[in-house]
Design a binder for this molecule. Structure first.
Ligand code: NAD
Length: 357
């Protein structure tokens, strides 16, 4: 075993069906009384349900801001900050996926307010001290322990409405975190354990969810897997795959989870020659892999019936060169050296939807 350093991220997790009912107790435990609730426009009803639960415990939210947007655009954060100034709050509660949690992080790091997260997708942002923000079409990412939310409440009931297609891609987004943590420059045996357990839980449960979205056992397994994969994202340095997804998502406004799903097999296939042990480990977690992680991933994506081409999400062929240039700039540490022509071909295959080999 190689020497390593391991930093456990602080953070409290409350896991289980119906655990959203424990939000008032969490707020009281922290000595707080006036939360600002955050959601996207699509999840206003879940934010309203939260306000009702709080009302039942005589906690009156300072307000509800419902305009959270993917990739945390700076103008939305400014708008939310203005709303906060008019509605004094002593903490933020984000209910939603990575978009809403991103806004919660952006407000929390600007104001120092405690942040309680109630995740409803599998993206994993709640487990990370990372914040990606977009300004003028460029996404920049920063990491700071103060960005990590203090409490995370995982309630499977809130994920039951996540549409099957988004459940599938969001789950693959989580797997992507675990995959890259296996070969991260600062990986370690503890993270490997989280990564393999998380990937296995998701690889088994996601195909069940796609066919039976109301299967609560499968949903619980997926949420558990997403939590573990989120830990890997928050504790290790991400590589080529995440760099490509940030580039493509932020610069061409491509949907986050779907982009991860398309890019993952290609990024993994590029890195495969440099990471034989990690490929073998990963294959053990993917059903029907026959010992080949790329094959196992392709089988999984086939079962999930996901789209495989970035052009299906509006990326133009002429964007391939620009995406290549951005991907080659400010590179993340990666197990295999990046060569411009190979990265261009990788992005072209993602754009065209050609399978990874
Ligand atoms: P999202 O939060 O944008 O959600 C996608 C859509 O699904 C939204 O309309 C949302 O309201 C809806 N939705 C979410 N949960 C639902 C549910 N249970 N039922 C019905 N609808 C639901 O998607 P995401 O993939 O979770 O997050 C993507 C964003 O998060 C990106 O901006 C990405 O960069 C960021 N992210 C950040 C980190 C990090 O560590 N900083 C990690 C992962 C993702």
């Amino acid at each position: 075993m190689n020497p390593f350093e391991y930093n456990a991220n602080p953070g409290r997790v409350v896991f289980g069906p119906g655990s959203i009912q424990k939000l008032p107790a969490e707020i009281q435990r922290l000595g707080l009384k006036s939360p600002l609730l955050l959601s996207t426009p699509q999840q206003v009803s879940q934010a309203e349900a939260l306000a009702d639960i709080l009302g039942g415990a005589s906690i009156k939210p300072a307000g509800t801001y419902t305009n959270a947007t993917m990739h945390t655009p700076s103008q939305i954060t400014e708008e939310a900050m203005e709303y906060l100034q008019q509605n004094a709050a002593d903490c933020v509660v984000s209910i939603g996926g990575g978009s809403t949690i991103g806004l919660g992080k952006a407000i929390s790091i600007r104001t120092g307010l405690p942040h309680i997260c109630i995740p409803t997708t599998y993206a994993g942002s709640e487990m990370t001290p990372i914040l990606g923000e977009t300004q003028d079409g460029r996404k920049t990412t920063r990491s700071d322990p103060k960005i990590l939310p203090g409490t995370v409440i995982y309630d499977v009931e809130l994920t039951m409405t996540l549409p099957p297609a988004l459940s599938a891609t969001s789950g693959v987004n989580a797997i992507a975190h675990a995959v890259e943590s296996l070969y991260a420059s600062n990986t370690n045996p503890v993270i490997r354990m989280f990564a393999l357990e998380g990937t296995g839980a998701l690889a088994k449960s996601l195909p069940v969810i796609v066919n039976s979205p109301s299967d609560k056992d499968a949903r619980t397994q997926a949420q558990y897997g997403a939590w573990l994969c989120g830990v890997t994202l928050g504790s290790s340095a991400m590589a080529l795959h995440h760099k490509l997804c940030h580039t493509l998502g932020g610069s061409f406004n491509l949907p986050h989870a779907e982009t991860h799903t398309i890019v993952l097999p290609h990024a993994l296939s590029f890195n495969a020659p440099a990471i034989p042990n990690q490929m073998a480990d990963l294959a053990t977690t993917l059903p029907e892999s026959d010992g080949d992680a790329i094959h196992g991933l392709n089988v999984l994506l086939g079962k999930l019936k996901v789209k495989r081409a970035l052009k299906d999400f509006g990326m133009k062929e002429e964007d391939i060169d620009k995406a290549t240039d951005i991907a080659m700039s400010a590179q993340y540490p990666n197990p295999r050296k990046l060569e411009k022509e190979k990265i261009r071909e990788l992005i072209r295959r993602c754009w065209a939807g050609e399978p990874a080999k």
